[in-house]
Design a protein around this ligand. Structure first.
Ligand code: BTN
Length: 244
């Protein structure tokens, strides 16, 4: 594990180290990031007090696994946050972690071709842990919460890192043993706050409203729209509220 005080982005650093020959299992953590990145090329505000780390993984049972590893990581992050005593931790497709519709953690999973035959997936995880939202508000674009706001006290960043990595390891073992992501998909469905909800899908320039019905075996979101079932692979989703 490489622990850095301040870096632009742990995902970028992990990819750089993989290209230089580092292998699967590499973890890079930072106390703060100066150019933390989120999905869709957004920035991820990363003040001291949050948990920021990236982990390099190797696809085990098929090449197109970045979305499924994202769902697996979201389940592991939810378990880790819950283990600190936070209640009502739920998942929003594809891999946001929410408490009462407020974002508490985000995951950016990226594929990288290390050489002709080796694909690696870098999963970057950011958790709002010991930084109160009142001190972050000018940088935030959606309703946000943090572990300190939920519990009213500081918690150990090292302990949360350790717990999330252990949970990821346990889920990866289960996937490998079953040669299937079924166990992850089941857990994701159970903890989801997206399924059964009215959603708005933003894909390229287009928006479509519908009801989130399920996730597919490939991790896509299946939405019932006026035009029939729609499979969302990489769009953005907003919860509109109101259940089916
Ligand atoms: C999102 O919700 O859009 C994903 C946020 C991911 C942030 C983490 S923090 C550690 C890692 N390094 C980055 O630059 N991004 C991820």
């Amino acid at each position: 594990m490489i622990s850095i005080d301040s870096i632009d982005s742990t995902n970028r650093k992990t990819k750089e180290l993989l290209v230089q020959g580092e292998s699967e299992g590499l973890i890079v953590t930072a106390r703060t990031q100066t150019a933390g990145r989120g999905r869709k090329d957004r920035s991820w505000y990363s003040p001291i007090g949050g948990l920021y780390f990236s982990i390099a993984l190797k696809p085990r049972i098929g090449p197109e696994q970045a979305p499924l590893l994202g769902l697996l990581s979201a389940c592991a992050v939810a378990r880790g946050i819950r283990s600190l005593g936070v209640e009502n931790v739920r998942l929003k497709w594809p891999n946001d972690v929410l408490v009462q519709q407020h974002k508490i953690a985000g995951i950016l999973s990226e594929s990288i071709q290390v050489d002709d035959n080796h694909l690696r997936i870098v999963v970057g995880i950011g958790v709002n842990q010991n930084c109160p939202v009142s001190e972050m508000s000018e940088h935030l674009r959606w309703p946000t919460t943090s572990i300190i706001d939920e519990l009213g006290k500081e918690t150990s960043i090292e302990a949360l890192l350790c717990s999330i990595v252990n949970e990821m390891d346990e889920l990866l073992q289960a996937v490998e043993n079953d040669s299937s992501y079924a166990v992850v998909l089941e857990e994701w469905r159970r903890v989801s706050s997206t399924l059964g909800t009215r959603v708005r899908i933003y894909e390229d320039e287009k928006t479509t409203d519908g009801i989130a019905k399920d996730i597919g075996e490939d991790g896509s979101l299946i939405v019932e729209t006026d035009e029939g079932l729609m499979k969302v692979v990489s769009g953005d989703v907003a919860h509109l509220g109101g259940m089916e």
